[in-house]
Design a protein around this ligand. Sequence first.
Ligand code: KG4
Ligand code: ZN
Length: 359
Amino acid sequence: MVLLAILSIFVMYNYKFNNLLSSKETIILGIETSCDDTSAAILKGTHILSNITANQLIHEQYGGVVPELASRSHQENIVRVVDGALLKANVSIEDIDAIAFTQGPGLLGSLLVGTSFAKSFALARGIPLLAVNHMKAHILAHFIDDAGGSKPEFPFLCLTVSGGHTQIVKVNSFDQMEILGKTIDDAAGEAFDKAAKMLGLNYPGGPLIDEYAQMGNPNSFQFSKPKIDGLNFSFSGLKTSILYFLNAETKKNNNFIRENLHDLCASIQRTIIEILISKIKLALKQTGLNQIAIAGGVSANSGLRKELQKLENEGYKTFIPKFEYCTDNAAMIAINGKFLLDNEVFSNQSVTAQARLNW
Ligand code: KG4
Ligand code: ZN
């Protein structure tokens, strides 16, 4: 333990010393294994050279992520995914200046694979180790050079919407972020996925609802919306409302879902987006901020992207990430690592994966 602590201090001083001597742009290897995507990315300065992700299709047949299978797949994938990222970036292992990895939150077995890989890599190479919070990384993806236009300036608001989280965050700096509101039950991504399951669609259903919604009428069906004060969200009532509606309609017509799939998807998507946008508007009003970003898997939703952009007409600045930086990816881990490196927030070899990592 003492030896590891001494070694970590040596690595930090060595990094600072070398950094003073050279003005070259740092190269960071980012590793993401928090859920069911194994991803590795190479970041040079604030520019992404490669961002490779292996999706685990095995979970589709189970209707959700099976933690044990996810960690096994990460174990199988991680070396070839890192190799792929190095190859695409035309960078060798010796060129890497620091390694960033997802410490949490996420599935513990999955996080352990990336954490162990990153710790071993840092130890073998004698380079800084940077522990990243997955949810903060989703937000900081906006600072990648080609993330999607101009970069927001601190402070700004961000709606983070993923499979496990739905939050409105006031982003004061790269690590100082305040959660102004969050879901009291299901996350927005979960609402999409659970609704999709009721419609007989595969997991993850969010992208499929998005696809079918584009061919449907969003005003065909009405579902109940939550009455939650302030900036918190709730999606469990909507889920129940969809379930009761589908049960009643399929009793009358066995083919109801098949015959109305596009309209159902469009109506469900419209309802979820209306819930999200109404809270965004309230947050902008309450904080007096005029920049709003979206992040996380659900920010890939085409309807949400369109509705958010409309806020530009009301004088707000909107930030919508490129598709590849919405769902889980290692590029966002690498850019978060860059902020940690520049501010000398290093981890040492005693760092552990945290399934419920706080902000
Ligand atoms: O951020 P993410 O990739 O993983 C987590 O950290 O959870 O988010 C995954 C979630 C899933 O619930 C998925 O259905 C949803 O994002 N999602 C979408 C779309 N693409 C991904 N939901 C709606 N529309 C999409 N296009
Ligand atoms: Zn995520």
